[in-house]
Design a protein around this ligand. Sequence first.
Ligand SMILES: [Zn+2]
Length: 184
Amino acid sequence: MRFENTTPAEISPPIRKLCRDAAGNAEPGYIPVRTGTETTGLTAVPGWAIWQCADALIEAEFHVAWRTSAGELVDIAARPGGEETILFVEDLRRGAATPDVDRERRALRRDPLIEDFITLGRKQFLLMQADQAADPALLRRLAVSQLIVKNMLERGLGGEDPCLCNSGKRYKNCHGKAVRSLRV
Ligand SMILES: [Zn+2]
């Protein structure tokens, strides 16, 4: 299983709920990606890009799309996965100049490793937002934990399995413990 974000194949009930939670609007739609489009004459439309990571979690990422003079909504950001469409929900309560907001993340099944992955994402966001320059050692530890959790999820492993850092301990007693101690 590849553990990476892609455009969801369908607008499932959990996605509608995520859209309501993030945008107060449960009507997302697929919009085309037109990388390199000039924004002159286009109108910025604040909202959220919706991503699905395998069968593990869904995320809403604050994002600005653009409306053309013909009324079509388009995305102009290059996507790492090369997506030609993204799922987008408008958020009329926000301005396009909204400062960084964290992603809204929801687990699609009960799995302590997915919960840990979500916790690490939130913690990383909070560290990057902190007024003081984030502690590089802490950021590095966080990145290592993220990589371990991601690799364990990709291999279908659980908390009882040996931690991938090769400590010889079970994940839940090794990096799982480290993640729990980071919870805010
Ligand atoms: Zn470990």
